[in-house]
Design a protein around this ligand. Structure first.
Ligand SMILES: *[C@@H]1O[C@H](CO)[C@@H](O)[C@H](O)[C@H]1NC(C)=O
Ligand SMILES: *[C@@H]1O[C@H](CO)[C@@H](O)[C@H](O)[C@H]1NC(C)=O
Ligand SMILES: *[C@@H]1O[C@H](CO)[C@@H](O)[C@H](O)[C@H]1NC(C)=O
Length: 243
């Protein structure tokens, strides 16, 4: 039982006394809509100021050397969004203090796989017994550019989930490649709730759900009118009685 704490104590003594800088801990990628941050935990180090260097290397090109992404960082994070979305990288970070530095802590980074696809923007409008759902995005924002994620992934669907509000009603879903969908065949004067997410089968990815939006249907006046029309026209006896 004493082994682990004693070992920790010795390694602290060794590191603290010798001035060897311990390496950053727990490197991780936080990436949403291709906006990607490499984050790590500061090593325990009590001598002087510490700074960090982050480097990247492409796995697709084995001859490639590590390149600096950022040097002399004071924070324990680094924006790595400028790397190509389609790349496959090894990132490495080390701690530096005066003339000494730690070993590298490494992590694999594949932006298109690692990023979380955020929810789209959704609008719902109730019209003639149907619900019209429009959706947009999400977008990848790089400096001043804004590109739909859809353009990066190619095979892209929106999935619309909807259900009658209240109770434990069944959730129906429809997939579409378009940016809008009309939900018909709904019950009149009924509140339906809707969420939308991106689905990218080719990349085995499912995006985050948009916030729940609830909207009440109205009556389908056209359907009603056509029903009356049908009754009126197909009832010769009744028509006869009108004449
Ligand atoms: C750097 O590390 C060496 C041992 O690796 C040590 O002798 C030296 O004091 C350290 N320098 C500083 C500034 O901590
Ligand atoms: C740490 O950095 C600050 C600002 O650069 C400096 O004022 C301070 O003297 C440094 N401390 C050590 C121990 O080097
Ligand atoms: C990275 O930056 C450091 C400090 O600015 C520099 O000494 C080093 O040569 C750079 N490495 C590469 C591969 O560019």
């Amino acid at each position: 039982m004493a082994a682990a704490p004693r070992c920790a104590l010795y390694s602290c003594l060794l590191l603290c006394v010798s001035g060897i800088v311990p390496k950053p801990q727990n490197p991780r990628i936080i990436s949403v809509n291709l906006h990607s941050i490499l984050r790590w935990d500061a090593p325990r180090f009590h001598k002087g100021n510490i700074s960090y260097t982050v480097q990247s290397k492409s796995i697709n090109f084995p001859g490639d050397m590590y390149e600096n992404v950022s040097t002399n960082l004071r924070l324990t994070e680094c924006d790595v969004s400028s790397l190509s979305a389609y790349g496959d990288y090894v990132l490495q970070v080390r701690a530096e203090s005066e003339n000494n530095h730690s070993d590298w802590a490494t992590i694999r980074f594949k932006p298109m796989d690692d990023t979380v696809i955020g929810p789209p923007d959704v609008k719902v409008k109730s019209e003639s017994g149907s619900l019209h759902v429009d959706f947009l995005g999400p977008f990848a924002e790089h400096e001043h550019d804004k590109w739909p994620l859809k353009q990066y992934y190619g095979s892209w669907n929106y999935r619309i989930l909807y259900w009658k509000k209240g109770g434990n009603t069944k959730v129906t879903h429809i997939d579409t490649k378009h940016n809008s969908e009309i939900l018909s065949q709904l019950e009149p004067w009924t509140i339906y709730c809707i969420q939308v997410q991106a689905v990218v089968p080719e990349w085995n990815k499912v995006g985050e759900l948009s916030e729940e939006l609830c909207e009440q249907t109205t009556h389908n006046v056209f359907e009603q009118a056509s029903q009356w029309f049908a009754v009126f026209c197909s009832a010769p006896t009744r028509r006869a009685s009108f004449l």
